[in-house]
Design a protein around this ligand. Structure first.
Ligand code: PGA
Length: 243
């Protein structure tokens, strides 16, 4: 395995969440007013719960960080329970008192202009200290879907069929899943000083193997992380079973 990648194999989802929270809290404690990147999805929920608990126990304090989220559906209202703005408030921001939070605006009139403004906000803070990532079963990071070409900066993108299908479990019907999103691009993600990628469950086992050991290809966007200088991957035993 490449030297710039650190792999932690842990037993289950709870252990993955706890380990991720500890690594993240350590990074926040080293820079309590730094910029940190967040992900949504089922995977980081346990980590966010553990971080909230750590803050209650005075082991960390997230309230002074600046937060950037990877992506948001488009179009979607911020107060829609399916929006990532809603997700972050519910799972982390409200309880930990994070107020300097940035999420691409799913209600923006001009999605292109919103992407440019978002990219500008990230670079104006001096970059992200640690970026949390989940991974799609198709290898997407953020909503950077497998394709012949990937985009560098925050972009307005169509969702892959596999993503619509996978995320439809959270909507009343597959027709309700927005077909587009605003996502940080590959460059926006790669510029983070450190990356913390989490994966849990057997459905992620094959894509985790390809991410770590496969060729670097835009058809597996996460494989580009092999080029990043400081990536930590935490997998539970089901997600590690092909390693
Ligand atoms: P999940 O999504 O955490 O719900 O599996 C991960 C992703 O699509 O990036």
């Amino acid at each position: 395995m490449l030297k710039n990648l650190t792999l932690h194999k842990v037993t289950n989802y709870e252990a993955m969440s706890q380990k991720a929270a500890e690594i993240f809290a350590e990074a926040v404690n080293a820079n309590p007013t730094g910029s940190f990147g967040f992900a949504t999805g089922s995977t980081p929920i346990g980590m966010y719960k553990a971080l909230t608990q750590m803050q209650k126990n005075s082991q960390t304090n997230l309230s002074k960080i600046t937060a950037f989220n990877l992506d948001e559906y488009y179009p979607i209202k911020a107060n829609d329970p399916q929006s990532y703005a809603y997700f972050m408030a519910e799972h982390l921001f409200t309880e930990t008192g994070i107020t300097k939070s940035h999420i691409p605006n799913g209600e923006a009139k001009d999605p292109q202009a919103e992407c440019e403004a978002y990219e500008q906000k990230i670079s104006s803070t001096g970059g992200i200290d640690m970026q949390i990532l989940g991974i799609g079963t198709n290898g997407h990071i953020g909503f950077n879907e497998p394709a012949q070409n990937l985009l560098a900066t925050t972009s307005y993108v169509p969702l892959a069929e596999a993503t619509i299908e996978s995320n439809s479990r959270l909507f009343a019907s597959p027709d309700d899943v927005p077909r587009h999103a605003l996502t940080m691009g590959i460059h926006s993600i790669m510029m983070a000083k450190r990356i913390l990628l989490l994966a849990s469950g057997a459905s992620k086992a094959e894509i985790i193997r390809q991410t770590i050991y496969g060729p670097i290809t835009t058809q597996v966007p996460a494989s580009l992380l092999q080029l990043h200088q400081d990536v930590t991957i935490i997998v539970d035993s089901d997600a590690a079973k092909n390693l």
